[in-house]
Design a binder for this molecule. Structure first.
Ligand SMILES: Cc1ncc(COP(=O)(O)O)c(C=O)c1O
Length: 435
């Protein structure tokens, strides 16, 4: 493994780009500082090549969950190339956005109308604006992570409320202080806390925003209570499906539970890594979009809808969810098996399509960082998350299993305090200062 071009480009990036990258989860410091290859030159299927000519099988986050079919999928890319060849942005609109709206509302029969954006955070801001416009109210109750926008970061104007919601350390600098009190968090599956926070302000709540399921399957009762509570107080129930959709099934994960929100938001995997996002909802809520101003030039371009139509078409035809879950289950099983064989303590969690591996106890982060570094040396992008895609083959899994076995053996045999000769991976948001 050589790393010269990759590392020196990232050093330059940190001088030119605050934080080095556009997405926290793609900072190499989150995986293995100074070792994780920050840049790719090309990718195909499950293979990624860095700038120094090293090739890796990606058994990590696959475009942070966006790449659901595999890198550079021919069918999706052919649809994109055809769109590009016929013009992407003209003075007229692209018909693909109507076809996609029809497809999404057919897949989610409770929804009548659709608006588009091109990133998840942007689409969440759109959904919250529509909910506020529809209800004439300001306050949003939420659990989980929903992006970088003001409506969400406002929760931290009152302290560090977001620390328990996936990403610790998010500072609300630059968010108007006047938004304090407009975004109030509660924890997943804690209906009692939700009711407590609502009490006395029933007529102020514009929206309840949740990921219907993320770490584990959603308790059905939790989702039913959310529907009942939102209905009782006249708030809009928004399901953020940006990470959860198209992982366990075609469309939103809420379809598995037979529970319908007022709006649902998609991004990431709906277009296999191309920029695309959608807000779908009931007619009476979505029409409030016409009473406020929600409009952007790049939301009219053609690549996103063309990629989404091709991605969803292939996903459904090939029953991608079944394969993705089978691959995920095989990886969760091999993590457990290798840990048992070597007497290493691990915690394996997550849905089979969003797998997590932790090394509980002291030296947890050191062990996770070592795991990543040792997997790189064996030709894998390996991390404490694994987001399987349709292109993962059983051969990938068995080669990965062998490498995991070697790495767990080494980890079990080494004093954890002496595992690392490079810095430990970051756990949340921290300021990066160029060296
Ligand atoms: C549940 C959820 N909501 C919102 C977002 C933000 O989406 P994006 O990064 O596309 O802005 C993410 C991204 O990780 C997410 O997982």
């Amino acid at each position: 493994m050589t790393a010269n071009k990759t590392q020196s480009l990232y050093d330059k990036a940190k001088r030119l780009i605050p934080g080095g990258a556009q997405l926290l989860s793609k900072r190499p410091e989150m995986m293995a500082p100074g070792v994780w290859p920050a840049y790719f030159s090309k990718a195909k299927g499950t293979r990624v090549w860095d700038l120094d000519g090293n090739a890796y099988t990606d058994m990590s986050i696959l475009g942070v969950g966006a790449v659901i079919l595999g890198y550079a999928d021919d069918e999706v890319d052919d649809a994109v190339v055809a769109a590009v060849r016929n013009g992407v942005a003209t003075s007229l609109n692209c018909p693909e956005e109507v076809a996609l709206a029809e497809l999404l509302t057919t897949m989610h029969p409770w929804a009548d109308m659709v608006r588009y954006a091109r990133s998840g955070g942007e689409a969440m801001a759109m959904a919250v604006r529509i909910a506020r416009a529809a209800t004439g109210r300001d306050t949003v109750l939420f659990s989980g992570y929903h992006g970088w926008m003001d409506w969400y970061l406002a929760a931290n104007l009152d302290g560090d409320a977001l620390d328990g919601q996936l990403l610790p350390g998010l500072a609300p600098n630059g968010v108007p202080k006047g938004l304090a009190g407009t975004a109030i968090p509660f924890f997943f599956n804690d209906i009692a806390a939700l009711h407590e926070k609502i009490a006395g302000r029933e007529r102020e709540i514009a929206a309840i925003v949740v990921e219907p399921a993320r770490g584990e399957e959603a308790p059905r009762q939790y989702l039913d209570s959310l529907v009942a509570t939102a209905g009782r107080i006249g708030a809009t129930l928004i399901f953020d499906e940006i990470t959860s959709a198209f992982r366990m099934n075609a469309g939103g994960i809420h379809l598995r539970y037979g529970v319908a929100p007022d709006m649902a938001v998609f991004a990431k995997s709906m277009a296999n890594g191309y920029a695309m996002a959608a807000v779908i909802g009931r007619r009476e809520v979505m029409e409030a979009a016409q009473t406020t101003f929600i409009s952007s030039t790049n939301w009219t371009e053609r690549v996103g809808p063309a990629a989404a139509l091709a991605t969803i078409g292939k996903y459904v035809r090939e029953n991608a969810a079944e394969h993705i879950c089978a691959i995920g289950r095989a990886v969760q099983t091999l993590w457990r098996g290798a840990a048992d064989r070597h007497g290493l303590s691990v915690r394996v969690s997550g849905l089979p399509s969003l797998c997590h591996l932790d090394f509980p106890g002291e030296y947890s982060r050191e062990r996770a960082t070592f795991f990543t570094i040792a997997m790189l040396a064996r030709g894998f992008l390996g991390y404490r998350q694994f987001k399987p895609c349709l292109a993962h083959a059983l051969d990938d899994v068995s080669a990965y299993g062998q490498a995991v076995d070697e790495v767990f053996a080494a980890m079990a045999a080494t004093d954890p305090a002496a595992l690392l000769s490079t810095p430990v991976a970051h756990a949340g948001f921290v300021r990066l200062t160029p060296e």
